[in-house]
Design a protein. Structure first.
Length: 74
């Protein structure tokens, strides 16, 4: 079992991600209806950026947890 501290069950990450998804979808619908530009084609090409952002966040969370664990050690 890992000695690293687990994150709280609700730290706001899910809410942030859900809010971002709704904002992007709503903005895409607005731009497409206002200009006629196919926004979804452009967004579909950028999906790997989401994976990169999620990976960076995972690494940063790990480093923060490891740092907090080291500070607790005598």
């Amino acid at each position: 079992m890992s000695r690293l501290r687990r994150r709280p069950a609700h730290d706001g990450t899910f809410t942030l991600i859900l809010g971002t998804v709704f904002t992007v979808v709503g903005g895409g619908v607005l731009v497409q209806s206002a200009t006629g530009v196919d926004v979804w084609d452009h967004l579909w090409r950028l999906w790997p950026v989401l994976l990169i952002i999620m990976g960076v966040k995972a690494v940063l969370d790990y480093r923060a947890a490891r740092s907090a664990f080291r500070k607790e050690q005598p």
